[in-house]
Design a protein around this ligand. Structure first.
Ligand code: CTP
Length: 405
C-alpha cells in the first residue's frame, strides 16, 4: 500500500526490447521507498508481461483508459505523480508526447502530469538520428522535459551505435537527482547548455607497468556529470582512470595522462558554456618514459626519477576562454589554512568559482560524502555541509546556472 509521504513515481514503459531493463529500474525505485505505478504501452507487454510489472510494483497495471473508469485513471495517475519517467521511450512515444496525442493510458498520463518528466529513449541509431525524432526531442526539451541522451553500444541484433538504453542504475540516479530538486526540477535550468566536467586522477607513466598517480576516485566529477544531466545539460565527462559506470546521458571521453586530459578538455571546451575541473591532475610527470620495464639491479641503488611540470589546464582555460562568458570552476584540496589558500588559488588560477575541500587521511578521497566551501571570484562564499557528493554537485550547478550568459 502507498504511504502518504512516499514519493510517487509513474514508470511509463514503451514497446522496445529494452523494456526488460525497466524491471531493474522499477526494483530500484521500490526498494528505496518510492511508490511506483507502472504504465506500459500495449506493445511494451509484448516484451515484458503485465504480471511482472504488477508483481514488482505491487500495484495494478493497465495500458488502456477503459479499466477502472470510475477512478478516472487517465487523469489521476498523472496528477498525483511526483515524477514520470518513461524508459524505454520509443520513437513513437516521443512523437506522441511531442504532439500531445493521447490514445492510451501512458500518453494521457503524460498530458496530465505537472511534475518533472524524464524520457530515457532507446531505439536504433537511424531512428534516433532521424530529423523527425530529433525535432520531437527538441520540442519536449523546450517544454521542460528531461530527455536523456541514449548510450552508445550494442543494440538489438548485431548492430551497435547510439540508441542503447543507459544502465538502469544510472537512469535511477538521474531520477533521484530530479526528485531531490523537487518541483523546481520541472524547470531544467541547464537545458540547452553544454557543460564539460573532468573527473578522476591522471596517471603519469614511468614504464609500461608503473605510473605516478593519486587517490582520486572520480566520484565527485561523476556526481557533477549526473546532476548536470538531471538539470538538462548536454554533458561531456572527461574521465581520467576512473572505473565508475558511465553516467546516463553523458558523453564520456577516457584519458590517462595530464597531457591527454588537456587535449580532451580543450577540444570539448570549444562550445562549452561551463567547464568544471574536478579531476586531480598530476602537477609533474617523469621526464623519461622507459620503453621496457625498469629492472632492479643487484647491489645498485635505484636511479632517481626526474620530473617535469605538467600544463596547468585550469589556469590555461581560465586565461584564454574558448567562448566569451564561459564559466570555469576549479577544485582545490587543502590540508591547512583552507580558506586563505583557497582565495589565493582562485586568484592564481583565474577561474570563476573554486570548490575548496579540506582533505586528510580519511576525508574526501574515495568517500561518498564531501564538505566544502565554494569561493567565487566576486568575493562570495557558499558553505556546503558534510553530505553526499551529489549535494555538493547541485550547489555547484546552482552557482554556475545564474552566471551563464
Ligand atoms: N589542475 C589543472 N592542471 C594541473 C593541476 C591542477 O587543471 N596541472 C586543476 C585541478 O583540476 C583543480 C585545480 O587545478 O581544479 C586545483 O589543483 P591543485 O593541484 O590543488 O592546485 P595547484 O595549483 O597544484 O596548487 P598546490 O599544488 O600548490 O596545492
Amino acid at each position: 500500500m502507498e504511504k502518504p509521504d512516499q514519493p510517487k513515481v509513474v514508470l511509463g514503459v514503451g514497446g522496445g526490447i529494452a523494456a526488460y531493463k525497466a524491471c531493474e529500474l522499477l526494483r530500484r525505485f521500490t526498494e528505496s521507498g518510492h511508490a511506483v505505478r507502472v504504465v506500459p504501452t500495449a506493445s511494451a507487454l509484448h516484451f515484458v508481461g503485465e504480471a511482472t510489472w504488477s508483481g514488482l510494483s505491487g500495484n495494478p497495471v493497465s495500458t488502456e483508459v477503459w479499466d477502472a473508469v470510475h477512478e478516472v485513471p487517465h487523469v489521476r495517475i498523472g496528477q498525483g505523480a511526483d515524477l514520470v519517467v518513461v524508459a524505454p521511450a520509443t520513437a513513437d512515444l516521443l512523437a506522441k508526447a511531442a504532439h500531445g496525442l493521447a490514445d492510451d493510458l501512458l500518453t494521457n498520463t503524460l498530458l496530465t502530469a505537472r511534475c518533472p518528466v524524464v524520457f530515457a529513449p532507446a531505439m536504433h541509431t537511424e531512428m534516433w538520428e532521424h530529423p523527425a525524432t530529433q525535432e520531437n526531442v527538441a520540442t519536449l526539451r523546450r517544454r521542460g522535459a528531461l530527455v536523456i541522451e541514449p548510450a552508445v553500444g550494442r543494440l538489438t541484433g548485431v548492430d551497435t551505435g547510439k540508441g542503447r538504453l543507459p544502465e538502469p542504475a544510472e537512469i535511477f540516479e538521474v531520477c533521484r537527482g530530479v526528485l531531490a530538486r523537487g518541483p523546481e526540477a520541472a524547470r531544467a535550468d541547464l537545458a540547452g547548455r553544454h557543460v564539460v566536467v573532468s573527473a578522476g586522477g591522471t596517471r603519469e607513466p614511468l614504464d609500461p607497468v608503473r605510473f605516478l598517480g593519486n587517490r582520486s576516485s572520480g566520484k565527485q566529477g561523476y556526481a557533477l556529470a549526473r546532476t548536470a544531466v538531471a538539470r538538462g545539460a548536454r554533458v561531456t565527462l572527461i574521465a581520467a582512470n576512473s572505473g565508475l559506470p558511465d553516467p546516463a546521458g553523458a558523453d564520456v571521453v577516457r584519458v590517462g595522462t595530464a597531457v591527454e586530459l588537456r587535449e580532451a578538455v580543450l577540444e570539448a571546451a570549444v562550445d562549452a558554456d561551463a567547464v568544471v575541473m574536478a579531476a586531480a591532475v598530476a602537477d609533474f610527470r617523469p621526464v623519461q618514459y622507459a620503453q621496457g620495464k625498469i629492472k632492479k639491479k643487484d647491489g645498485q641503488e635505484p636511479a632517481p626519477v626526474d620530473l617535469t611540470r605538467n600544463p596547468d589546464i585550469l589556469a590555461e582555460i581560465s586565461a584564454s576562454r574558448a567562448r566569451p562568458g564561459q564559466i570555469i570552476v576549479g577544485f582545490a584540496a587543502e590540508t591547512d589554512d583552507v580558506l586563505a589558500n583557497g582565495r589565493a588559488k582562485l586568484a592564481r588560477k583565474g577561474c570563476d568559482l573554486l570548490v575548496v575541500n579540506e582533505v586528510g587521511e580519511r576525508r574526501t578521497f574515495g568517500s561518498e560524502q564531501n564538505e566544502a566551501v565554494v569561493l567565487a571570484a566576486d568575493g562570495t562564499e557558499t558553505s556546503v555541509p558534510y553530505g553526499p557528493k551529489e549535494a555538493l554537485a547541485d550547489t555547484v550547478w546552482s552557482l554556475v546556472a545564474p552566471r551563464l550568459a
